[in-house]
Design a protein around this ligand. Structure first.
Ligand SMILES: CC(C)(COP(=O)(O)OP(=O)(O)OC[C@H]1O[C@@H](n2cnc3c(N)ncnc32)[C@H](O)[C@@H]1OP(=O)(O)O)[C@@H](O)C(=O)NCCC(=O)NCCS
Length: 168
């Protein structure tokens, strides 16, 4: 397996993996599948030097992707803070790919100019909780009952990892 920057030609595979996560109601607040065309502008704002979008290939297939987005609509004082999105195709979950992707990201954060990584996940997303807390992310906030999925109220955890900065 290997990780590389995503190409626009990967967008259908990226969206397919994302759409596969929607029905679980665990991973994302999107409720309906999204289209490739609706995400072209989203794709084009990524930048390998600062805010990458990676794909992980396994056996010549895109098995997962990870992206880094600016926090708080990119307000400049938050330039060194970025939020992770990560999606593993259902048949490739729980094989260590998520952990591998996030570990690789943590390693390149100094080059990306990122000192705080954020992960935001529903409070019932045990996979994300295990993944991020296992890598040292600390839950810093809990917004209870902030989302409604099929009539069920769900909360959001905001977890953070300081990268390359000695603890205070
Ligand atoms: C959550 C997700 C990113 C984890 O990636 P993964 O490749 O499946 O996880 P890994 O195999 O790297 O496992 C990492 C840890 O999480 C645990 N884990 C993974 N999925 C789990 C699940 N569904 N329930 C409980 N624990 C889980 C693993 O056991 C492992 O724990 P360990 O380090 O203590 O052994 C992946 O399952 C996924 O894409 N899920 C659907 C989309 C999603 O929820 N994205 C995150 C949105 S915030």
């Amino acid at each position: 397996m290997h990780i590389r920057d995503a190409l626009e030609s990967d967008l259908p595979a990226i969206i397919e993996i994302y759409n596969a996560a929607i029905p679980s109601r665990i991973a994302t607040a999107d409720l309906e599948p999204i289209t490739v065309e609706s995400r072209r502008a989203w794709f084009r704002q990524y930048n390998p030097d600062k805010r990458p979008l990676w794909v992980l290939e396994a056996n010549d297939e895109i098995a997962a992707w990870l992206s880094l987005s600016s926090f708080y609509a990119g307000r400049p004082a938050y330039n060194a803070t970025a939020e992770i999105s990560i999606y593993i195709a259902p048949q490739h979950q729980r094989q260590g790919y998520g952990k591998y992707l996030v570990k690789q990201l943590i390693e390149v954060c100094p080059k990306l100019g990122v000192t705080t990584l954020l992960a935001m996940y529903f409070d019932h997303n045990l996979g994300s909780q295990r993944l991020f807390e296992g890598l040292g992310f600390q839950p810093q906030g809990h917004l209870p009952n902030i989302a409604v999925l099929d009539g069920q109220h769900r909360g959001l955890i905001i977890a953070a990892l300081k990268v390359g900065v000695p603890p205070a």
